[in-house]
Design a protein around this ligand. Sequence first.
Ligand code: NAP
Length: 359
Amino acid sequence: MSTQAKRILVLGGTVYLSRTIARLAAERGHRVTVAARGSSGEPPAGTEFIAIDRSFEGGVEPLRDKEFDAVFDVARIPAHIGPVLDVLADKAPYWSFISTISVYANFEKLSDELLEPTAPDSTDPAVEAYGASKVACENLVRERLGDRALVTRPGLIVGAGDPNDRLGYWPLRMAEGGEILAPAPRERPVQWIDVEDYANWLLDAAESGATGTMDAIGEPVGFGDFLDGIADSLIAQGVITERPNLTWVPQEFLLEQEVAPWAGPGSLGFWVPTPDYDGFQTRPGAQAVAAGFRPSPLQVTVERWWKANAEAPQLKAGMTRKREGELLAAFHGTEPDPDLDRLDGERTFTVPKPPADEN
Ligand SMILES: NC(=O)c1ccc[n+]([C@@H]2O[C@H](COP(=O)([O-])OP(=O)(O)OC[C@H]3O[C@@H](n4cnc5c(N)ncnc54)[C@H](OP(=O)(O)O)[C@@H]3O)[C@@H](O)[C@H]2O)c1
């Protein structure tokens, strides 16, 4: 696909990554079609919407007579792949499939060994089947498209429109101030990919015809530098004026206190324990960079996230202030501040806004 305006199909396109691909493709002047049920959100402005439902036989028939120069797909269910390949693969010069680093079998060490794929007609939506399902999806795409396919495997996707806000816990917590629990050591690596950088890279790849299979992730960064970068962004935006007061607590203490890693209620977003996940946040980012990926500085990603999400975050990760205060008190061997009761239950963020631009 050259850089001239092309016919692009985004399978998905109503939420987060696939919506960002569709939005940026339209902004680049391509003719963009978004095909989904429409239940996750609105397609972006300037795109054509075609209603399909991949969960039943015949649900993708509305695409049968269409032709596209490039197709992007984010599907997670192997049974959703075959029918779209049947109606479009032979006519599509380029296919970009979004997979995941969860396809790798071993997170304890860096390894490219893959999980055993599920059956190609599996419809299992269970989170436990996610990685194996994506292996099956990848295989179906590669078998049918061969060297016309790009398969990218992203790690944690963060940024504007994130429906999980695993990154978001940290800037919001810093904005609240006070003593902040952080998972030692500062050197523990973390990785992410900014949703907008990723979408732009996928579009560049489609425009230049880049194919193959590769990870889609930035280089690992120490947790300390990660939190410092978030603070730098908040200070630059005028959200906070002082550097956050971080207390680095060792992993043994966090595990003893049953702090959940990675994601979900009560977790510390991004944190994964060693040695079980030593290969999880250390994927080499160089492959993506060599293929044209240009990561934005963390400060830019945080700024994009803050502007888009901070007012109404969709926090599915992070702990309450009360729980954090109790953990810090236990760590210091002191009594928890009785005032923490006031912060019990739901988070009630008052999101400080950056000062109005004076110009
Ligand atoms: N978020 C992360 O950190 C992360 C990390 C690694 C990999 N990934 C991968 O990155 C991709 C993220 O994609 P995304 O952000 O666009 O979110 P998503 O939640 O994967 O989006 C799924 C899209 O497919 C559509 N869809 C779902 N079921 C459908 C059906 N039965 N028929 C037709 N359309 C259907 C949805 O639209 P409707 O509901 O409107 O139909 C939606 O637009 C996924 O491939 C995921 O596996 C994500």
